[in-house]
Ligand binder design. Structure first.
Ligand code: BG6
Length: 534
């Protein structure tokens, strides 16, 4: 284990030294792309600003532009300047700038990876001197196989920390056969989408596992890095009062909503191939469901938590054939208004076909076939161009067994609801019935509220900050394992298949700025409930 040295940093607040990674080099494939610019670089900069990165840490951008390190540094500076609240001060920037390097190359040129290896060896000699590397695939999914193969063939993936580690040093030779022995770890971070169905996910895993062991592979679902998502388990398991009621005896149903006000923007071509079921449900929504429905793990070790997540995903009852027609609603937004401004329909977005059959909204009713949840419906919905951005998990409890307060509806208590607001107003609310002051018994719902902002008065780190840190530390708890990814496809594939069989028939349209199509309201109204108003 390399001894940690941390630079003096006046901004460091509450950084846990056990959570400072070893010196290492992060290689970003697709360093000039959207993800890198909007999420990765600002998160890394924030980590640097707070002193969460070790000295000797480096970031190597890999891309096709004929850039020098100075060009890359100017690009990063510009990206940070454009990023809200991130404008770097001179001091902090000068520390960050020294970490940045660029390696030029095309993903599909095998020789480019030899050049990259040489660049990494050179950067490593100057800075980390550990040989530790984290490869980040921030490229379109079609580029994954090329990059994985390139990294693997260059001997950059197979670093087991032992004396026989192979690393070729292109300062001495340009041939990958020429190796230097040096210890150090290598890990690879893969962005979603992780395949587009079960066979393609299996193939991607096969490609990865040809060069990396499972414990070197970090599949990102950025929802798992969100602070409030991590709090779901803490809330359930650090408080004795909730777990006893967290089951079919007391819970009537669960609602999970992931609503966005944005449309597809410039991502039309990607979205046409993907749709909301694959883009949001297969990963983010099912992972939220897994955290709510999983059994308590035997410890907080990565493998124990991931085992339970995978088990619950495996227990979701598949929706096949006619069950898809009755329990899944697929919708697409038409033109409408968001916050008073007119917005185009999905079919008018750039890169989208005028007859597109791609869904921008999905609502589903699913069951988890487990001892704990048998018979409890989970209503899930995710969509774009809804009235506002809101992600919420609501546990609705059963009514009391006896309604003691008479027939008057004003006296009938509403069911208790525990709502976990994931974003944007992060917090937890419990709805309880209470007597309205006065001489009669009138029951009104009141809310017991906890807000992150007011309770802790400190900023929640961005999901990518947490996930980058964890991948540098080698902590895979918040990453998806191969079996979870496969279980999620096992659920999604038959729905896609049914939609393909039925063609255009089941598409339900909604105006931009509405909470989805009326069919979604009907889905939950069958049980006399309604979606929560958010
Ligand atoms: C991404 C999806 O994974 O998540 C996008 O590809 C979506 O379509 C985004 O907009 C939502 O993430 P967040 O963090 O803004 O809720």
């Amino acid at each position: 284990m390399t001894e940690l040295t941390l630079p003096e940093n006046p901004f460091r607040q509450g950084i846990d030294l056990r959570r400072v990674p070893e010196p290492s080099t992060l290689v970003i494939f697709g360093a000039t792309g959207d993800l890198s610019r909007r999420k990765l670089l600002p998160s890394l900069f924030m980590m640097h600003k707070q002193g969460a990165l070790p000295s000797g840490f480096s970031i190597v951008g890999f891309g096709r532009r004929p850039w020098s390190d100075a060009d890359f540094r100017a690009f990063v500076k510009e990206s940070l300047d454009d990023s809200p609240g991130q404008q770097p001060t001179r001091d902090v920037w000068s520390g960050f700038e020294q970490m940045l390097f660029f390696a030029r190359g095309e993903f599909d040129e095998p020789e480019a990876y030899g050049g990259l290896a040489a660049r990494l060896a050179e950067v490593d000699r100057q800075r980390a001197r550990t040989g530790n590397r984290l490869f980040y695939l921030a490229v379109p999914p079609s580029g994954y196989p090329l990059v994985i193969e390139g990294v693997g063939r260059a001997g950059l993936g197979d670093r087991r920390g032992g004396p026989d580690i192979a690393r070729f040093d292109a300062a001495e030779s340009n041939s990958p056969a020429r190796v230097l022995t040096e210890a150090g770890w290598a890990r690879i971070v893969v962005e979603k989408p992780f395949g587009h169905d079960s066979p393609s996910a299996t193939e991607l895993n096969r490609q990865l596992q040809a060069w990396f062991r499972e414990d070197q592979i970090f599949r990102i679902d950025h929802y798992l890095g969100k602070e409030t998502v991590q709090n779901i388990l803490v809330f359930r398991l650090a408080n004795g009062i909730f777990e006893p009621v967290w089951n079919r005896n007391t819970v009537d149903h669960v609602q999970i909503t992931v609503a966005e006000d944005l449309g597809v923007g410039t991502r039309g071509p990607y979205f046409e191939e993907t749709g909301t079921l694959r883009d949001m449900v297969q990963n983010h929504v099912l992972q939220l469901l897994a955290l709510v429905a999983m059994e308590p793990p035997t410890s907080f070790a990565a493998s124990a938590v991931r085992d339970e997540r995978a088990k619950v995903l495996g227990a979701i009852k598949p929706l096949v054939g006619k069950a898809v027609d009755s329990d899944v609603v697929r919708g697409q937004y038409k033109s409408g208004f968001i916050a008073g401004d007119p917005v185009p329909g999905y079919r008018e977005e750039p890169g989208v076909s005028a007859e597109s059959q791609t869904e921008t909204f999905v609502a589903l009713k699913v069951f988890v076939d487990s001892w704990r949840w048998a018979g409890v419906p989970f209503y899930l919905r995710a969509g774009k161009r809804m009235p506002r951005r809101a992600t919420e998990i609501a546990i609705q409890f059963k009514r009391p067994p006896l309604l003691l307060f008479g027939d008057d509806p004003a006296r009938e208590p509403e069911p208790n609801v525990l709502a976990m607001n994931i974003q944007p107003d992060e917090g937890i609310t419990l709805k309880v019935g209470s007597k309205l002051p006065g001489p009669t018994i009138d029951i009104h719902s009141v809310h017991m509220d906890f807000r992150y902002g007011t309770s802790f008065g400190r900023r929640s780190p961005e999901a990518y900050e947490r996930l980058l840190l964890d991948s540098l530390l080698g902590d895979a708890t918040l990453f998806s394992r191969e079996d979870s990814v496969q279980e999620a496809w096992r659920f999604v594939d038959p729905i896609e298949e049914r939609w393909r069989e039925r063609g255009a028939a089941p598409m339900a349209f909604y105006e931009a700025g509405a909470w989805g199509p009326k069919e979604a309201a009907n889905l939950i109204a069958r049980e006399h409930w309604a979606w929560r108003r958010l």
